[in-house]
Design a protein around this ligand. Structure first.
Ligand code: LLP
Length: 413
């Protein structure tokens, strides 16, 4: 973990966040390059010599610099749209290490994926399978496919990020999968390469993963009995991180369990949050303190449009003062943004000593932070910076007010 206090000021690797705020302004996303790399390597090295590919889930943080540092250390990528594919390619990623997930790939996305030479389409329905077959046939190509099965296990996570239950829109019912595999197996334009499953996100207990694994192993054996061999098993992402003091999954123990149960089969994993979540922070400034008889509000310059997770999932993010010694007004503060919504908060009831102008670090904001940000209330999206040792780099410019409406037209009537 590269976030620590030195001389009472919060640093990222060897860079003082207070200095970054002078250079780049507020609010700001800041990432640690070494944390991103080390987190990905933790997955990669746990496999040792076992055949595997760790495909970083681009949706968690799709900044080109993040993708580029991961591409340089050998990462594969899990993508869910043409935009993500093009980002990976622009960042120097290797298409042959990309798996393409998502419930509704368009014809154009499939065509582009085939032309780029992606590793595999994770197919989520029989109609999608037909579409992929048709596009491949029209290009005189063979599309590599896996079926994403829904193992019907409860990931015991927030309902919005649980995907492996029958009631979710994702994947193919595990009992219907054989039929779909047979269809693909018999088609000249499709090539069965794998089996895929992803049960949800921010999972902190390994048992739902292992339950899902047992179910897909059963399916792999049934497929074998039907003459269908798969070359890889993709177990998706979902490994949870520590946002507070919760226990989470021991990655190497989880990977050992997988290897113990799957023989020599190549394993693909698609971690997103576990690679970038704790590698990034969102820094915001206290604009005003507003106290009434019931409540203490710190009004900050960051808002739900910049970091949606608290408003959307009631998610908890730790809050640390950038200056550890700041001594202002002691209270239990709600951190609220300038947006005209009661749901516009980043944290609630935090015991902090605050003054106007203080900087606060919203921790564990590297995943699903910037990528879920918007321009709501016509707020330009913030800048992103990556720290590498003593160096820091602007990796996305702060949007300008002009950027907000440069694609809009007034009708002349
Ligand atoms: N693979 C697939 C097919 C996925 O749908 C996802 C995430 C991942 C991999 C990566 O999962 P991870 O390792 O990051 O848990 N916005 C939510 C999280 C949504 C996750 C969607 N799918 C949040 O902020 O908590």
């Amino acid at each position: 973990m590269s976030f620590s206090y030195k001389n009472h000021s919060l640093h990222v690797e060897s860079v003082d966040i207070a200095d970054l705020m002078d250079d780049y302004g507020s609010p700001l996303y800041v990432y640690s390059r070494s944390d991103v790399e080390n987190n990905w390597r933790e997955f990669d090295s746990a496999f040792g010599t076992h055949p595997h590919l760790v495909c970083y889930a681009v949706k968690a943080n799709s900044n080109l610099a993040v993708l580029n540092v991961l591409a340089k250390i050998g990462a594969g990528f899990d993508i869910v749209s043409l935009g993500e594919l093009e980002r990976v390619l622009a960042a120097g990623g290797d298409a042959s290490k990309c798996v393409f997930s998502g419930v509704a790939k368009t014809e154009y996305e499939i065509k582009r994926g085939l032309e780029a030479g992606i590793r595999c389409f994770n197919v989520e329905s029989s109609s999608e399978m037909s579409r992929i077959g048709e596009v491949a046939q029209s290009l005189n190509m063979q599309a590599p496919v896996s079926v994403r099965v829904n193992p019907n296990v409860d990931a015991k996570t927030h309902p919005y990020i649980s995907t492996g239950l029958k009631e979710n829109k994702f994947g193919v019912d595990i009992d219907d999968a054989i039929e779909l595999y047979q269809l693909a197996h018999n088609s000249k334009s499709l090539k069965v390469v794998g089996l895929d499953c992803h049960i949800g996100s921010q999972i902190t207990d390994v048992s739902p993963f292992l339950d899902a694994l047992d179910k897909v192993i059963e399916l792999i054996n049934k497929l074998k009995d039907n003459g269908i061999e798969i070359a890889h098993l993709d177990l998706g992402g979902g490994v949870g991180i520590k946002y507070d003091d919760e226990q989470t999954i021991d990655i190497s123990a989880y990977i050992n369990e997988i290897m113990n149960r799957t023989g020599n089969l190549e394993i693909i994993l698609e971690p997103g949050r576990a690679v970038v979540g704790n590698a990034g922070v969102f820094i915001t400034k206290v604009e005003f303190l507003k106290q009434n008889s019931d409540k203490s509000f710190a009004i900050i310059d960051g808002a739900m449009n910049d970091l949606l997770r608290p408003a959307f999932y009631n998610a908890y993010h730790q809050v640390l003062p950038v200056n550890e010694n700041s001594n202002g007004v002691d209270a239990s503060w709600d951190l609220v943004g300038p947006i005209c919504e009661t749901g516009d908060f980043l944290a609630k009831d935090r015991k902090l000593s605050l003054s106007q102008g203080d900087y606060l670090a919203i921790m564990s904001a590297g995943a699903y932070g910037f990528t879920m940000s918007s321009n709501y209330n016509s707020r330009p999206r913030v800048a992103e910076v990556m720290v590498d040792g003593v160096q820091h780099y602007l990796i996305r410019e702060r949007e300008t007010i002009k950027d907000l409406f440069k694609q809009e037209y007034i009708i002349n009537d």
